[in-house]
Design a protein around this ligand. Sequence first.
Ligand SMILES: NC(=O)c1ccc[n+]([C@@H]2O[C@H](COP(=O)([O-])OP(=O)(O)OC[C@H]3O[C@@H](n4cnc5c(N)ncnc54)[C@H](OP(=O)(O)O)[C@@H]3O)[C@@H](O)[C@H]2O)c1
Length: 258
Amino acid sequence: MDLKLNNKVALVLAASKGLGKAIATALSAEGAKVIIGSRNETELDKAADEIKQLTGNEVIAIPVDVSKADEIEAFVEKAAGAFGHIDILLNNAGGPPFDKFENFDDEQWQKAFDLNLLSFARLSRLVLPHMQKTGSGRIINIISGSVKAVLGNSVLSTSMRMGVVGMAKLMADEFGPYNITVNNVAPGLILTDRIKHTLPQDTDPEQALHEKTKGIPLGRIGKPEELAALVTFLASEQAAYISGTTIQVDGGANRSIY
Ligand SMILES: NC(=O)c1ccc[n+]([C@@H]2O[C@H](COP(=O)([O-])OP(=O)(O)OC[C@H]3O[C@@H](n4cnc5c(N)ncnc54)[C@H](OP(=O)(O)O)[C@@H]3O)[C@@H](O)[C@H]2O)c1
């Protein structure tokens, strides 16, 4: 299937590794011109080079801390100048810490808000005029399966992701007339550094990962490419009539019927 992504310009945030990098790679493999952003410039440049080598398409790396308004503004301005248009925005960021509700203070709540909710609002607001100009666009938010079923110790993540779900619904409503779709992708357990770093320190990592697969009907942890495949489809011409949705990529782990 030709996803008609040739020469589309995609901004992919938090993309030096993990889900963001897999998404940037998949979009680039489909012919998109990809602009990636995250904080560590060396890691980001390395990721851009790797993707370029793999796909043969243009990839631009622009360092950005998505929790900072001025850096987001500079990122979008440079990105818009690079190819003259913006067609796809992939909102993504590092995840907030896991702990019990009682252990988070105001500062940690504020940080999670800036990183995982306000950054998505800021980026979406800044790309909107570019998408309105071309008369089409795709905004895709990486959130978490915790918006569908309780995940222990994830109060910061869940609270911010629920905000993104509500915001995306409103954005889908308002942006529809401009032919811009807005959707959320909710990962279950996908093997990235974030997952490796949250394994218990006192257990063998292989064993700890195996334990985590017990509640997953498909019996294994997902691969970043498997989530990237859905994002690439949502970014495509073929997904033009899908908007305002939240789709899980979790091997069937979420047991709720609705
Ligand atoms: N993997 C899963 O199973 C899973 C499940 C549910 C939800 N999620 C969510 O999906 C998102 C991506 O997760 P992942 O597994 O891909 O994580 P990861 O492997 O740890 O990668 C995180 C990426 O985010 C970048 N980043 C972190 N803070 C940033 C900031 N302030 N500004 C810009 N970039 C930043 C990192 O680069 P720098 O450090 O250089 O900035 C890195 O490229 C997270 O929000 C996570 O909570 C993941």
